[in-house]
Design a protein around this ligand. Structure first.
Ligand SMILES: NC(=O)c1ccc[n+]([C@@H]2O[C@H](COP(=O)([O-])OP(=O)(O)OC[C@H]3O[C@@H](n4cnc5c(N)ncnc54)[C@H](O)[C@@H]3O)[C@@H](O)[C@H]2O)c1
Ligand SMILES: [Zn+2]
Ligand SMILES: [Zn+2]
Length: 345
């Protein structure tokens, strides 16, 4: 099959012919119909993830049809249309039994722990725990985002941040994670302020429900304070940037919640005195457990959430090296998905 192969960190990957994955007991092999290009793939390519072993096939935000079913898997058949949280949880450990699959210590992530979905086929372990059936009428391009960034933002904003109607929420970084968060927070009735360096991303944020948009930069804190009557109750770092973290913690109202979704491979210096004195909450959020997808899918079915609107660009496997490279300099506005079959229709 054709796949994107990374041979050295930071060096452009190439499209190569590699062996198709074999189906394992308890797992399935998916024909990849659509797979999102997430900044976490860029982090992996840059060598920021110690789980990756080279040569490597990236890709973790995936939707497709089941091509093979492993021994012991019940309720799933060849041809079923599915997605999966990128955190494939074991379903049996203490965390999983408590419902917290997103922090399962036995988790396997395609595109990080093993070869991922920038390929015609990808293997998925623990199928009974993680597979999510796609609603009829949902396209694969839309569903891909449910595997990582849309679901991650749903968990961050709703399950972890517990954003309430009427609250001011500032989303720093309006790429795949941030635009999803804007849409989800607005749907929950929050007043969303979107911050980005890219005017095109800010325009999309406005379209997806931001009440206010702010150009990123040193003046952003003052502008956000003015727009939120002294500071928001919730901030979100949807890029992964020390500058954003510092601005977010400065601008939060006392007792505010900060949602950290963007990865920070070099760490950050936290003003802990301020976190204590203002009783700020620093909240990490990681993916979302498959068993909590029904609430999100219900909001999609009722039209409250419209993830289909987020996809702005469809590319083929041959375009992936250049698209990854592009992320070193910035992010084109919107969400890019890849169709490994090459049919861009
Ligand atoms: N915690 C998780 O489970 C999880 C899941 C998915 C992604 N992530 C991480 O979330 C982050 C975002 O991923 P993505 O795919 O949405 O990224 P992206 O590249 O699509 O979006 C980043 C956005 O930030 C904007 N930006 C750049 N500099 C900025 C600045 N100084 N201030 C404000 N905005 C700025 C860009 O213009 C872009 O719109 C990445 O670090 C990714 O690895 C984490
Ligand atoms: Zn991702
Ligand atoms: Zn587990």
């Amino acid at each position: 099959m054709r796949a994107i192969v990374v041979e050295r960190y930071g060096v452009l990957p190439t499209v190569q012919e590699v062996a198709e994955p074999e189906v394992a007991a308890g797992g399935v092999v998916l024909k990849v119909e659509s797979t999102g290009l997430c900044r976490s793939d860029w982090h992996g390519w840059q060598g920021h993830d110690s789980d990756i072993v080279l040569p490597h096939v990236p890709g973790h935000e995936v939707a497709g049809t089941i091509a093979a079913v492993g021994d012991g898997v019940q309720g799933w058949a060849v041809g079923d249309r599915v997605t999966t949280p990128f955190i494939c949880a074991c379903g049996e450990c203490e965390q999983c039994l408590e419902g917290n699959h997103q922090v399962c210590p036995n988790q396997l992530q395609p595109g990080f722990n093993y070869w991922g979905s920038f390929a015609e086929y990808v293997a998925l372990p623990f199928a009974a725990v993680n597979l999510v059936r796609l609603p009829e009428g949902m396209s694969f391009d839309t569903a891909a985002g449910l595997g990582c960034r849309f679901a991650t933002s749903f968990r961050a904003v709703h399950q972890v941040g517990k954003v309430q109607a009427g609250e001011d929420v500032v989303v720093f970084g309006c790429g795949g994670v941030g635009l999803s968060a804007v849409m989800i927070a607005a749907a929950l009735g929050a007043r969303v302020v979107a911050v980005d360096t890219n005017p095109g991303a800010l325009e999309l944020a406005r379209k997806y429900g931001a009440a206010e948009i702010v150009q990123a930069g040193p003046d952003a804190v003052e502008e956000i304070r003015a727009l939120t009557g002294g500071g928001p109750r919730v901030t979100m770092d949807a890029l992964g940037s020390n500058e954003i973290v510092q601005q977010a913690l400065r601008v939060l109202r006392p007792r505010g919640r900060h949602l950290q979704v963007g990865l920070l491979p070099d760490g950050v210096r936290l003003d802990v005195s301020r976190v204590i004195g203002q009783e700020l909450q620093w909240l990490g959020s990681h993916g979302m457990a498959a068993h909590t997808y029904p609430e999100m899918l219900g909001m999609v079915a009722s039209g409250v959430l419209r993830p289909a609107d987020l996809v702005t660009r469809v590319i083929g496997l041959d375009d992936v090296p250049a698209a990854l490279d592009e992320l070193s300099a910035g992010t084109p506005a919107g969400v890019t998905v890849i169709r490994p079959s090459g049919v861009l229709g």
